[in-house]
Unconditional design. Structure first.
Lengths: 319, 571
């Protein structure tokens, strides 16, 4: 089939080093992956096209890039799945990291964040003479997150990182979860304490992009949510993030619906008037654009609230 | 020349062997750096799926049994003193990995669980689902981060440097990201740069496996040993030849021909699908050659294992069959064929990873060490058992790291001339300046791979190998002329591929020369013109020394036999 690849290129050694798109027309086979296609381009059309690749089997994590706007491993993405037969496929370097050349990005920042979560087992001394005893379930559970190959796809497409580079990001947080959930690690509580700081687990906006784009089914966002649940269970100091979760649930129980002004007030806290007042312009703007419900700023409980509460309690008991 | 970089121990390659060596050397208190042409977690150790062997005595297993099965697997070409160390120290190294944090599969008591692997009668393979290599690689990198070790990431080594006394003095390398050359001074260099799979096409190996480590050691005077011993894995996926782990057969999968027969019954009635890899690959190739295959393949049938086992223990290959062959393993058998997978040969080392040569002294390059697939002790002889390669990397990676550290403490800082990096820099500049001829590195590379697969595969004979030798010479001439289009300094992957091709051609030459020299059939080296193993004349290793542009010098070394005299090998 006839496919056009529209590839974002960047050569830092040009006189005016600016990114540009270049199109390559190629005959592809139904079995071809995007990596196969890029290699064909490199070998038969343009040798200078630069990318990282190695294993061809989605285990080394080298060929992370954005294909039709979403991060993926080129070696795991079939050309046919990205076009409806005859079409154009766009290929760009990963986002949220600097580009070195063409599709090659600088992942130093990515690794710095991984390093920040102290990603090594910290067991209680002394080591046993044999292996640590651990349940089969706990180890099997960890295979999910150890399946992460550090390709960077989740970080590339993370919406929170796009606006705040301080956020640890999904890969580092999933790596942190690998230790918090490891029964052999003894410093889980202090890990959670660290992750409770700004830039940590509460900065995820739950956009689900990391789950969507992960080629290995690691489910980074789910791991972040598991970290949050564990942090609340272990009573690490409350933050806006944890209060938001708790107040959210409580408001549903009280009123049967989300009471946004109250959510903001109780999450931020009346003792933090400065921050609360900073939201007033946003509120007024929302009001001007008729984004405020007819009932006004103050929400009453929904009719039939008793039934909602019974439902709420039932769900809570189940989980 | 003084270098801005100076270490006691420099390790080339950051896969399992390299990182294990780095941790061992670091533990001895010397300064250590790792250098790799890719980020450590991109290393090819990732691809080891099935597991890692160890006979644990508290399980009623005996290391001697593991050692014997390794000796038998090697078709008696393995050196038995080295194999004894491998088997005896296996348990402690697996426990060390577990303590570092590897999430090995557990049994119902919460202790390490095992599965069965080929060529062995007991279940002694420890594993993490079917991504054991990846799980260990990432944990070793965690330990590297913990120790804050220096890693030269995405650097390419062009040569090992010797001082005036002929001792190893470090390497010349360039940073792929800037193109800038450096001399990196080191008292000891450990080459742990992996295999040479891409010399063949197809191969299960990643695109980075181009034999760089072997080639640079060979060029600087270290001998390569048993290079003719190239393993074809029995189960590689139709198409691109990706690996389908032996774990499938370990869990009980069948191999079927087009008539649905478990054909291994006629080749290895006792061990069936779990005979050693050379035996199974040959059986498959015979079935295919004699018309009992399916479209150039035979079938790997997992259906009777049930969905749960497949999804829990064979998750990755199940995914792989789906993605790359569009086959649901739980519903259909998978078409597979033998494919180039591993090289048993490599840089000749002793049991401490030192690149010794014949006279039991450091005649080659004192200060040079090797470990992992790059090295040849020889542990695997004519055929490696599944799940022994990961073990090889951690046991002998550790030993090489400790020994290199001790060596570095005992020697002075090496001194070399100020212009040590110049020749390599000039070679690269000349390559960049070369005019484009219309020929390409990719074309030469493909031609080389097809030639090797055709003439130096499962079955070999004199004429075919001579043809390959002639072809390789012509390919080398082409390589010396070929130009590259990308003239840049920054991340010039065309340049890297051109340099890799030079390494691959050196390796290919030694494979052919070794194979032409060995006039018998043993392990993976099966010659249709010499059908039998000949212990009288060939119970010995073949060593090859580079002689500049001339024909390499061939030498021999007897196999070290401790307790197992060679017997007829039946499975």
């Amino acid at each position: 089939m006839h496919t056009t690849f529209c590839i974002k290129r960047f050569n830092p050694e040009l006189d005016t080093p600016v990114p540009y798109f270049q199109e390559y027309a190629l005959e592809t086979e139904p079995a071809d992956t995007v990596l196969d296609a890029l290699i064909k381009i490199r070998e038969s059309i343009d040798e200078s096209l630069t990318l990282r690749c190695s294993c061809r089997g989605s285990i080394c994590g080298s060929c992370g890039m954005r294909i039709n706007g979403h991060a993926a491993l080129a070696c795991k993405t079939k050309v046919i799945s990205t076009t409806s037969g005859e079409g154009t496929v766009s290929v760009e370097p990963m986002n949220n990291m600097p580009v070195i050349k063409d599709l090659v990005t600088d992942m130093a920042g990515f690794w710095e964040k991984v390093q920040q979560v102290q990603p090594w087992l910290q067991p209680d001394a002394p080591e046993p003479t044999g292996e640590y005893l651990a349940s089969s379930e706990s180890m099997n559970h960890l295979t999910g997150v150890m399946g992460c190959i550090m390709c960077g796809a989740c970080v590339s497409d993370c919406a929170a990182l796009e606006v705040d580079q301080r956020f640890l990001g999904p890969a580092a947080l999933a790596k942190a979860y690998r230790f918090v959930a490891d029964p052999r690690d003894s410093v889980g509580h202090s890990r959670l304490f660290e992750l409770n700081s700004p830039g940590g687990m509460w900065d995820c906006t739950r956009c689900m992009e990391c789950i969507q784009v992960c080629p290995k089914g690691v489910g980074a966002m789910d791991r972040i949510m598991a970290l949050r649940a564990k942090a609340i269970d272990e009573q690490v100091p409350s933050t806006c993030g944890s209060r938001h979760a708790e107040v959210f649930a409580d408001l549903i129980y009280q009123k049967g619906r989300l009471d946004e002004p109250m959510l903001a007030v109780r999450t931020i806290g009346l003792n933090n008037m400065g921050q609360l007042l900073s939201y007033v312009p946003t509120m007024l703007m929302a009001f001007a654009r008729r984004k405020v419900p007819k009932s006004g700023f103050f929400h009453r409980a929904l009719p039939g609230i008793d039934r909602i509460r019974r439902l709420f309690l039932k769900v809570r008991d189940l989980t | 020349m003084t270098s801005s970089y100076s270490y006691d121990v420099l390790i080339l390659g950051a896969g399992l062997a390299g990182m294990r060596a780095a941790l061992a050397a670091h533990a001895e208190g010397v300064s250590v750096a790792l250098l790799s042409k890719v980020h450590p977690v991109r290393s090819h150790s990732n691809a080891a799926q099935g597991g890692i062997n160890a006979a644990l005595t508290d399980r009623g297993d005996k290391w001697e049994d593991h050692a014997f099965e390794t000796v038998k697997g090697s078709d008696y070409l393995g050196d038995q003193d080295a194999i004894e160390i491998l088997a005896e120290e296996a348990g402690q190294d697996i426990l060390a990995l577990e303590h570092m944090g590897v999430i090995f599969n557990r049994n119902d008591e919460g202790r390490l669980g095992t599965r069965r692997f080929g060529g062995q009668k007991r279940a002694r393979t420890f594993f993490v689902s079917d991504f054991t290599g990846q799980a260990i690689l990432h944990v070793l990198y965690e330990q590297i981060m913990k120790a804050h070790l220096v890693v030269f990431e995405e650097w390419f080594v062009t040569s090992v440097v010797k001082d005036d006394h002929g001792h190893c003095a470090g390497v010349v390398a360039f940073d792929i990201r800037t193109g800038g050359f450096s001399y990196i001074q080191a008292k000891a260099v450990i080459i742990a740069a992996g295999g040479l799979g891409r010399v063949y096409e197809p191969s299960t190996n990643a695109m980075i496996c181009t034999g760089d480590g072997m080639a640079i050691a060979y060029r600087v005077g270290a001998p390569l040993m048993d290079m003719e011993m190239v393993q074809y894995h029995p189960t590689t996926l139709k198409g691109k030849g990706l690996l389908m782990s032996e774990a499938a057969r370990g869990e009980g999968a069948y191999l079927l021909n087009k008539d649905g027969e478990r054909f291994m019954e006629s080749y290895a009635p006792n061990m069936m699908e779990l005979a050693s890899r050379d035996v199974v690959s040959r059986a498959e190739q015979i079935e295919i050659n004699e018309g009992r295959g399916v479209d150039g393949c035979v079938l790997l049938d997992c259906r009777h294992l049930g969905k749960q086992i497949i999804q829990e223990r064979l998750r990755q290959i199940c995914e792989e069959a789906k993605t790359f062959a569009n086959i649901d393993m739980t519903e259909e058998p998978v078409p597979i064929r033998p494919g180039m997978h591993y090289i048993m040969g490599g840089i000749k080392t002793d049991v401490h990873g030192r690149c010794w040569d014949l006279q039991d002294k450091w005649g080659g390059v004192p200060g040079l060490f090797a470990a992992g697939e790059t090295a040849c002790l020889s542990l695997h002889g004519g055929n490696r058992l599944g799940a022994n390669s990961l073990l090889d990397t951690v046991v002998f990676g550790r030993r090489a790291g400790s020994c290199a550290a001790a060596y570095a403490k005992s020697v002075e800082e090496p001194k070399v001339s100020n212009t040590v990096a110049k020749p390599d820099q000039q070679t690269v500049q000349d390559l960049l300046n070369r005019k484009n001829t219309g020929d390409t590195v990719a074309a030469i590379r493909l031609n080389l791979g097809m030639t090797m697969n055709h003439h130096l595969g499962v079955f070999r004979d004199h004429e075919g190998m001579i043809e390959a030798q002639t072809a390789i010479r012509q390919l080398r001439d082409r390589w010396q002329q070929v130009g590259i289009h990308d003239k840049g300094q920054v991340f010039n992957t065309s340049l890297v591929r051109a340099l890799e091709l030079g390494m691959m051609l050196d390796c290919a030459e030694t494979i052919v020369l070794g194979a032409l020299t060995r006039k018998e059939s043993r392990g993976a080296h099966f010659r249709t013109d010499y059908l039998h193993r000949d212990d009288e004349d060939w119970l010995k290793h073949i060593l090859l020394y580079a002689q500049g542009e001339g024909t390499p010098r061939v030498d021999f070394l007897p196999v070290r036999v401790t307790q197992w005299t060679p017997q007829v090998r039946l499975y």
